[in-house]
Design a binder for this molecule. Structure first.
Ligand code: SAM
Ligand code: SF4
Ligand code: F3S
Length: 486
């Protein structure tokens, strides 16, 4: 597994690999027949978490209904959209830089519309129109249904803004258009927003209140994916374990609310050939019922992303994470007691307000105890309006934050290598996702515990989407190297 400084929820959709504040040019999406916008094209770039990438697929669907086709070349687009992230300052800087690049295109093509979607749109609202003179549309994450009318407004030269957050919107009835898909793995949003108030985090402000999508529409989307040949779905939410959705879209069905463990079982029952993953779990909400459900189903992957953020109980309290170091460690023990083979990964922030050298050592010792397979690691970036920004001074010097970050990265690199070495000589079932990046003679796939495996194709007639048994003979810190076993 990788231990880069990358965003857990930023995904390059072609590979399923995560990138920090990454972006994607999109696959071709044909306009609908009888389009009222013949020949009009949109171009979309996505930044930030998997949920943002999943939202771009909803936006693509809404725009296709409106008659837009997609292009991967922004120079030929009539509408350029940036689906943005605010999680760290750097994420916003990346988007600002990109906007100045689009300014040049717009100078040559004044009719081209530029829109900002997602979390930066929500956080900065009209300010974006004032600051960035080239932005024509500002649309928050709950307002994508209004894109067609906002585009019409913008076409008449008005500045179009809708950043209303909703308590109900889940886009449950919109069938996402899979962008840059490998045809095997897909993300499925099961909820939106977040009711937690981690003091460092901007998400509750940019995404609004937590709400769960109805279970029937989730199962229908996953079934359709399976029927189209997809073999793995990742159920997405900021806090999936607090999923609590109605069984069906009608309000009476609320009586039969479905919890996350039940939803997992419903999706796993679609087919034993469909793997189920999920992200992200807040340690306070993952229940024994979820763990036992994972253990019961072979096709629910034995892998949990369980962000700790800090190993110091004092810092965890300031972060408002609502658990202590001891409580978290007990949760890790519980996971290992129920599923000894389960992979566990984490998110860690260094240099949070008041963090001392002793707190930092606590983080290192916790990581060593948990033996994470992988972690996403960041230094603290103060976000305006958050509880931490209002209450605490951002008092750890950047040089210290970065030094601590390099120490946790170095430790994680060791842990990842050790974890892979433990797998030497073992047999694993792997879902083939496609060619390995280095050679078309090798396949790349993943184990249930989410490790990347590369192995020679040999004379076997396997295809992406097939499950194969392999035996590991070598490894790097990031990859298991294996051979097919029949
Ligand atoms: N909902 C998930 C959870 O509770 O773990 C993750 C949400 S966030 C999109 C992904 C990660 O970004 C967090 O787990 C945290 O490590 C990191 N993060 C959030 N706010 C941050 C900040 N202000 N500075 C640095 N890292 C931050
Ligand atoms: Fe942010 Fe905490 Fe919600 Fe995760 S659980 S999105 S870190 S507020
Ligand atoms: Fe995701 Fe970034 Fe928003 S991580 S929820 S796109 S702030």
């Amino acid at each position: 597994m990788t231990t880069e400084l990358i965003d857990p929820q930023a995904v390059g959709a072609t590979t399923g690999k995560y990138h920090d504040e990454s972006r994607q040019g999109e696959a071709y999406v044909p306009a609908t027949a009888g389009s009222n916008r013949p020949g009009k094209k949109f171009y979309i770039e996505s930044y930030g978490c998997q949920m943002n990438f999943a939202d771009s697929e909803i936006v693509a669907s809404i725009l296709q209904q409106e008659g837009f086709g997609a292009t991967a070349n922004h120079n030929e687009a009539d509408l350029v959209l940036l689906n943005t992230c605010s999680i760290r300052e750097k994420a916003e800087q990346t988007v600002r830089k990109r906007l100045t690049e689009f300014r040049k295109t717009k100078e040559k093509k004044p009719d081209m519309l530029v829109g900002i979607l997602g979390c930066m749109a929500e956080r900065l609202k009209e300010k974006l129109l004032q600051e960035e003179k080239l932005v024509d549309l500002v649309v928050g994450p709950d307002a994508y249904r209004t894109l067609p009318s906002l585009i019409e407004e913008a076409e008449t030269g008005q500045k179009a803004v809708n950043v209303l957050l909703s308590r109900e919107e889940t886009y449950a009835d919109i069938s996402p258009i899979r962008l840059n898909s490998n045809g095997i793995t897909a993300f499925v949003s099961i909820m939106r927003g977040c009711n937690n108030m981690c003091s460092f985090c901007v998400v509750p402000f940019t995404r609004g209140r937590e709400r769960s999508r109805d279970a029937a529409s989730i199962v229908a989307e996953c079934t359709e994916l399976y029927e189209r040949g997809f073999r793995e779905v990742t159920l997405l939410g900021q806090n999936v374990d607090s999923y609590h959705g109605p069984a069906a879209p009608n309000p009476e069905a609320m009586a039969a609310a479905v919890n996350f463990a039940q939803l997992l079982a419903m999706v796993a029952n679609i087919s034993p050939q469909l793997r189920v993953r999920f992200s992200t779990s807040h340690p306070k909400d993952i229940t024994d019922e979820v763990l036992h459900t994972m253990a019961r189903y072979h096709n629910i992957c034995k892998y949990i992303h369980l962000p700790v953020q800090s190993g110091s109980s004092r810092v965890l309290q300031l972060m408002n994470r609502t658990y202590s170091r001891e409580w978290y460690l007990a949760k890790v023990d519980r996971i290992r007691a129920i599923m000894p083979e389960c992979g566990i990964s984490s998110d860690v922030i260094t240099g949070f307000c008041t963090e001392t050298e002793a707190d930092h050592q606590d983080t290192l010792s916790l990581m060593a105890y948990c033996k994470y397979d992988m972690s996403y690691m960041y230094f603290y970036s103060e976000r305006p309006g958050t509880l931490a920004a209002r209450r605490f001074a951002d008092d750890v010097p950047e040089v210290v934050k970065k030094r601590r970050l390099s120490e946790i990265v170095a430790l994680q690199n060791q842990l990842s290598l050790q974890s892979n070495q433990q797998d030497l000589g073992k047999r694993f079932e792997v879902l083939i996702e496609g060619d390995s990046k280095r050679s078309a003679d090798d396949w790349m796939g993943r184990t249930s515990h989410s490790k990347v495996v590369v192995f020679g194709k040999g004379n076997h007639n396997h295809q992406p989407g097939n499950y194969v048994w392999v035996r590991v003979h070598d490894c790097t810190q990031a990859t298991l190297l294996a051979t097919i076993e029949e």
